[in-house]
Design a binder for this molecule. Structure first.
Ligand SMILES: [Zn+2]
Length: 486
């Protein structure tokens, strides 16, 4: 049933439940096929001492000289002078300790195509990713997502939403997912169409159900969840004159996909009202009874106040990606309006062929600058609010607020340490200002996901980035050659 799935030895030893699940599905264990990723470290007993602790927990004051104690993957205590017998001590002096950043929409496979969105129509983002996406092998999916995962950990992002819209076969999805498993990230994998799937054709919903059935062996001990990457009910399409015209999509596609996901009790994510060519998409969904609290809408730049109220009332969420929205010319990201309408709003990378990198600090800064610029008001979007969008609001958007998004006793240990003595960030002032105005990925010294140290002293602990770059470069070259891309 799953003969194409390669599970590494480490995962095979990862627990009785997972073992049983894998045997049940006949998945075979075998040695690593990528030499660039080592085994995940164990979840230790660690105390970070004397750091500036910014918990992002609502109503909780910062601890300017605090400790965070982590054991077996969870936060066991936060305070000062904590007794933590037997714990490995990490010196937190000179660091801000905060929850890991949360991305809420990222086509992770596309990082193999980084810096390839050209300056003319034939080489633009959509034609480029479609032409090259068509020739991706499952292994190419793996390398694209592995590169993204490495960058996420490098940049202090501990949770990702892998919006996988190049699922040409079940194995493409499984290989993409394998990069998330091997690198130990928390996240959601949203199963979507291929780049080249016609808008009239539904995805293989039997494979979606199959993946959910296989999930016990794929979820990396519950670190990963599954969702549907959906295409919505309308789209701007070129008419006979080549002009874009908003047209309804076929229910034979959208209804089949939507109903399959709902039947499987999966969350659904969709790009809509992305620019001036798509409008009223949320109203159209509401007419069908399709707006629910597991729905995430993306970009939503061309959304009306009435539609914002529909999202807020349903508990649906919005993911904005200002860096890609500006680069591709969708328009100016809406932020304050969604917040005024009490819509859950979170930040996302989207795709590195447009954004160049996946630095969430840069995305936070851009969000604040954009909103203040649009409002012609220096004080419109405070730094603390931006930090909430990148942490606790992101966790809510992905249904993970019970385990991540803030530092709180009992939550899972997704923690980053940001250096405050580097030349681009010091001297120490207000930590929220430092994080939004100054911080860059390179200031991230230490990253823990689920209590595992995945970056330490500025270096990834399990990924050999030199080898990864060699392997990924070969994969990227192969893709370009097969597509005859010039
Ligand atoms: Zn997107």
């Amino acid at each position: 049933m799953a003969s194409g799935i390669h599970i590494r030895r480490r995962a095979f030893l990862g627990g009785v439940a997972a073992l049983g699940a894998m045997q049940g599905f006949g998945i075979r264990a075998q040695a690593a096929i990528s030499p660039s990723v080592g085994n995940l470290p164990s979840r230790g007993n660690i105390v970070i001492r004397n750091a500036y602790v910014l918990t992002m927990e609502p109503g909780q004051a910062d601890l300017p000289d605090g400790d965070v104690h982590v054991d077996n993957g969870s936060i066991v205590d936060i305070g000062t002078n904590l007794a933590a017998p037997g714990a490995e001590i990490i010196d937190g002096r000179g660091f801000i300790v905060m929850p890991g950043l949360i991305d809420t929409h990222w086509h992770m496979w596309t990082t193999l195509l980084r810096n390839m969105s050209g300056d003319d129509r034939a080489h633009g983002y959509f034609p480029m990713t479609t032409a090259l996406g068509k020739v991706f092998t499952p292994r190419d999916m793996y390398y694209g997502t592995l590169l993204s995962s490495a960058e996420a950990l490098h940049s202090g992002t501990t949770t990702v939403h892998d919006w996988c819209h190049n699922v040409m076969s079940y194995e493409h999805a499984v290989e993409d997912l394998r990069a998330l498993q091997e690198t130990g990230l928390r996240g959601r994998f949203s199963y979507g169409p291929a780049r080249s799937t016609p808008l009239t054709q539904p995805i293989n919903v039997a494979d979606l159900a199959r993946m959910q059935g296989d999930w016990a062996g794929l979820s990396n001990e519950g670190l990963l969840t599954l969702g549907l990457a959906w295409r919505g009910v309308q789209a701007p399409l070129p008419n006979a004159d080549g002009k874009l015209e908003l047209r309804p999509l076929s229910p034979d596609m959208y209804r089949v996909e939507y109903e399959a996901a709902r039947k499987l009790n999966l969350p659904i994510t969709v790009h809509l009202n992305s620019n001036k060519f798509d409008s009223g998409h949320i109203l159209a969904l509401q007419k069908l009874g399709y707006v629910f609290n597991g729905l995430q809408v993306i970009h939503a730049i061309n959304t009306t106040p009435e539609e914002m109220d529909i999202l807020a009332a349903a508990g649906a969420s919005v993911s904005i990606s200002p860096a890609s929205e500006l680069r591709i010319g969708f328009g100016l990201t809406k932020i304050g309006e969604f917040l005024d309408h009490k819509v859950n709003l979170a930040l996302s990378v989207d795709t590195t062929p447009l954004t160049g990198n996946a630095d969430m600090f840069g995305i936070m800064k851009l969000a604040q600058n954009l909103e203040n610029g649009r409002a012609e008001n220096e004080f419109k979007l405070p730094a603390r609010r931006v930090l909430e969008l990148a942490t606790i609001e992101g966790a809510k958007a992905l249904g993970l607020a019970d385990r991540t998004g803030s530092l709180k006793k009992g939550k899972r240990a997704d923690i980053i340490m940001v250096g405050t003595r580097d030349v681009n960030i010091g001297p120490f002032t207000d930590p929220a200002y430092m994080l939004v105005d100054s911080a860059q990925a390179s200031n991230v010294d230490t990253v823990l996901v689920d209590g595992r140290i995945l970056k330490r002293k500025g270096k990834l602990t399990t990924i050999d980035t030199g080898k990864l770059m060699e392997e990924a470069s070969a994969a990227s070259q192969g893709v370009r050659q097969r597509a005859n891309w010039k």
